[in-house]
Design a protein around this ligand. Structure first.
Ligand SMILES: Nc1ncnc2c1ncn2[C@@H]1O[C@H](COP(=O)(O)OP(=O)(O)OP(=O)(O)O)[C@@H](O)[C@H]1O
Ligand SMILES: [Mg+2]
Length: 329
């Protein structure tokens, strides 16, 4: 749990990423998609900070921004107090912040043997010499619970779970401090997911890591995280210690999410969304997604909406150790 005394690892300050969509052949009107919109939060050392939200709410865009894989529209990112003006490589921080993607197949080069995949970042970052690649990869594989013989295989020879272990080994090969996990188990079946999640918890403990753990599944948050950050339509709705959140979240959207998993048990949150009357296609429709958007992004679906919410946009406000993006007291 974040006590506030831990050192700050990541500080995201008013970060935005807008995309321009170009319409269709007969519709030239350009629209701005606010994938991430004025988002601020801090992640403290050793914490597992979980970002949860439905499809399209901006989770992957946010992870790409943190990694410097896409340019931001505005805002700042600080890593341990240093502003990240990409390029990360120049700052020698590339190795300190690593990402594990959702799909372990497309994120591994199919033409390369496992030991080359795992050792390449370490060679590039001058952590090991090329001649030590094999030995180093074998050690890395052991760390993620794989037999060292796998170093000679190609990605297609492995199962989904094994491939995700390779992705994790590759990320850890450069001794990172911060790992961004973008839906690391959503492509895996339930039992394999559980193994990978336990591995991640194990590695977190052993290597003194800090995680930004992205998921659309609130149940995983309870299992994994210290802090939960709920996103909707590119905005943060609530940031809360996990225990407090599951005792009773404050934002109306968080309540719907939580009620859905309580009511529907072990299902996917997208199914809960329908059940909770949240039509995925409705996300962001309030006041449009364009630059003239006013008011609360959740207005159309909100059970507690007030007139004030139509034209005024709430901001995150502190309520003890919880932050809520809502005018409702
Ligand atoms: N390169 C792009 N160009 C235009 N729009 C984009 C681009 N990438 C993402 N978007 C849009 O930005 C919004 C956020 O997308 P993002 O991939 O970050 O969502 P997500 O929360 O990761 O969703 P999912 O749970 O499906 O992975 C979506 O509306 C998406 O269509
Ligand atoms: Mg995503």
């Amino acid at each position: 749990m974040n006590t506030g005394k831990k050192p700050e690892v990541l500080n995201i300050n008013k970060l935005s990423k807008y995309y321009l969509s170009y319409g269709s052949l007969f519709n030239f009107k350009r629209n701005i998609i606010k994938a991430v919109d004025n988002v601020s939060f801090k992640v403290y050392k050793g914490d597992i900070f979980s970002i949860v939200g439905e499809t399209g709410c901006g989770k992957s865009t946010l992870s790409k921004l943190i990694l410097g894989l896409t340019n931001r529209t505005s805002g700042e990112i600080f890593y341990k107090g240093n502003i990240l003006n990409y390029n990360l490589k120049k700052l020698n921080l590339r190795k300190k912040i690593q990402i594990v993607f959702q799909d372990p197949y497309s994120s591994l080069n199919p033409k390369k043997k496992i030991y080359k995949i795992v050792s390449l970042p370490a060679i590039k970052n001058k952590i090991i010499k090329k001649k030590d690649a094999l030995q180093y990869s074998m050690q890395m594989l052991k760390n993620v619970g794989l037999d060292e013989d796998y170093v000679f295989k190609f990605p297609h020879e492995l199962s989904g779970g094994q491939r995700q272990r390779i992705s994790i080994a590759r990320s850890l090969s450069v001794n990172p401090e911060l790992l961004v996990l973008d839906e690391p188990v959503s492509a895996l079946d339930v039992s394999v997911s559980a193994q990978i999640l336990n591995l991640l918890l194990d590695l977190h403990e052993k290597n003194n890591l800090t995680y930004v753990f992205i998921t659309h599944d609130l149940r995983l948050v309870r299992h994994m995280a210290d802090t939960v950050c709920v996103m909707y339509g590119g905005k943060i709705m609530e940031i809360s210690p996990v225990d407090k959140f599951f005792d009773g979240p404050l934002h109306p959207y968080s309540k719907v999410l939580l009620e859905s998993i309580l009511a529907y048990g072990p299902k996917n949150i997208l199914q809960f969304a329908d059940a909770g009357n949240i039509n995925i296609n409705n996300i962001n429709i309030n006041a449009g997604t364009g630059k003239n958007r006013r008011g609360c992004v959740y207005y159309n679906l909100c059970s507690r909406r007030m007139d004030k919410c139509i034209n005024n946009e709430p901001d995150l406000k502190e309520n003890g150790d919880v932050q809520v993006n809502c005018f409702f007291p």
